[in-house]
Design a protein around this ligand. Structure first.
Ligand code: MN
Length: 470
């Protein structure tokens, strides 16, 4: 029997606001002392009252629109109760009944559409670090604004689960709502997986793997769960609904706490915060600020940039903006340069923090087009455009300084060819070529290149050689 997997994903995205969701302390705790970004509101001291951060609402609107979602003009907050040392209030402020973001969809690079059920605003919990017989509590992260994005169970493979998470990461960064730093937990994925016999109307019992923070872990965890659940069903047993953790080291999932049912949380409207009411004008004005999204670029550049190259480049929103500003005839050259540097040289994302300007890139592409630079020299100059010591000098100056400008002048090149042809050590090759040995032309071109100190344009040299040896 064949089993069909079904996957739904919940994703928490930390919003990059200056201050927290309900208080005015710093939201960016990177590199700060534990418990140094905590206000009385975050500590839940008696008498504290939360006040909603308007910027978080604005970012939620952008995030929603990036996922083609309806934005709800009316939304409000609820208390979700649970007791745990990472939450001094004893409840999380979230949006259970009236989320700010309604239904929408995310389109994967393959064209598969994953529907978004809804997305809501909520505050993050603190962070616990466990040791042998004690734990440390850091509340810096308490009430960092989050949006939780809930997908429909529209995903049916580990690869699509990976692609969905990656596309969400791209969308959120293009929309500018998060730093998108996965290593620091800016986006965390909870993955629900079930398998059911092919043709079955009912979905199988699902498990939830919590808190994955890389696309690769999502893919591996889903692969593992599909295989594990299929084996359980094949042996005639039942899959247990439970919450699981994932270990990258062992490549396995393992049970965590048992799944609470919604009623355990005793959801109730948050009495200390008024509902959010957004005007149509506000929603439209904010939506209009969304820049081009990956899907827009896929459409726009389909005829110019190879699909696999484009998918590599799409991870870098600022890079895409640069490409978009280039003259159409140069887009392909520059796109391929970026891709080759990213792939072959394995440069990190940091390398792309300080991109060459549109003018610098245009100058380089022009020189390449006019054959003033060979393809090797073009790449060399391109790399130097990132070099802090060469910054701002421009492609032409750098190419000149490095002596990379190709000799295209026919007269000058002919003179060099004559010098080479006059050398006794090339006589045999000339004779062989005249006798029909095609491949010795390479040797002769090489000799001319050497004579010109690498500056001759090899294709022009070959033309001249063929004429002279005819
Ligand atoms: Mn949540």
């Amino acid at each position: 029997m064949k089993y069909i997997p079904t996957i739904g994903i919940e994703c928490h995205v930390q919003l990059c606001t200056k201050t927290k969701l309900f208080s005015e302390v710093d939201n960016d705790a990177r590199g700060k002392e534990p418990n140094s970004c905590v206000s009385p509101v975050d500590y839940a001291l008696p008498g504290m009252l939360p006040r909603l951060n308007g910027e978080a609402v604005r970012l939620a609107v952008l995030a929603g629109r990036a996922m083609n979602c309806e934005i709800n003009a009316y939304s409000r907050f609820d208390r979700k109760h649970y007791f745990y040392p990472d939450s001094p209030k004893g409840y999380q402020i979230t949006q259970f009944y009236h989320p700010i973001i309604g239904a929408g969809y995310v389109e994967l690079p393959s064209g598969t559409k994953v529907r978004i059920e809804h997305a809501h605003l909520e505050g993050d919990a603190g962070k616990l670090t466990h040791f042998d017989n004690y734990s440390l509590v850091d509340l810096n992260r308490v009430d960092t604004p989050l949006i939780e994005i809930v997908s429909m169970p529209d995903i049916h493979s580990a690869k699509d689960a990976h692609d969905y998470c990656k596309e969400l990461w791209r969308l959120m960064r293009y929309a500018g709502v998060t730093y998108g730093d996965l290593y620091n937990g800016n986006m965390r994925f909870d993955v629900n997986t079930s398998v059911a016999p092919e043709g079955s109307e009912k979905l199988g019992t699902r498990t939830e793997v919590k808190n994955l923070n890389s696309f690769k872990s999502v893919e591996r965890a889903v692969e593992y769960e599909i295989a594990r659940q299929t084996k359980v069903l094949e042996s005639g047993e039942k899959v247990i609904q439970q919450t699981l953790g994932w270990s990258d080291a062992t490549g396995k999932t393992s049970p965590q706490r048992s799944k609470e049912v919604a009623a355990d949380y005793r959801y109730m409207p948050e009495p200390d915060l008024p509902p959010i009411r957004l005007s149509n004008e506000f929603i439209e004005a904010e939506s209009a600020k969304l820049p081009s999204m990956p899907a827009d670029y896929r459409k726009k550049f389909a005829a110019v940039i190879a699909g696999d190259v484009l998918e590599v480049l799409l991870d870098y929103p600022e890079l895409m903006k640069r490409l978009d500003k280039l003259d159409e005839e140069y887009i392909k050259t520059i796109a391929n340069l970026f891709a080759s540097v990213l792939l072959a040289e394995e440069k990190s994302a940091e390398y792309l923090n300080d991109l060459p300007t549109v003018a610098e890139l245009t100058e380089l592409a022009e020189m390449n087009k006019k054959k003033e630079l060979s393809s090797t020299a073009t790449k060399e100059v391109f790399l130097r455009l990132f070099d802090p010591q060469m910054k701002g000098r421009g492609a032409k100056t750098i190419a000149k300084e490095l002596g990379l400008i190709q000799e295209n002048d026919l007269g000058a090149l002919e003179a060099i060819v004559d010098v080479v042809l006059a050398k006794p050590e090339t006589k045999k090759a000339q004779e062989d070529f005249r006798n029909g040995e095609e491949k010795v032309i390479g040797f002769l071109v090489g000799q001319v290149m050497r004579e010109s100190h690498g500056k001759a344009n090899p294709s022009v040299v070959q033309e001249i050689l063929r004429k002279k040896l005819a």
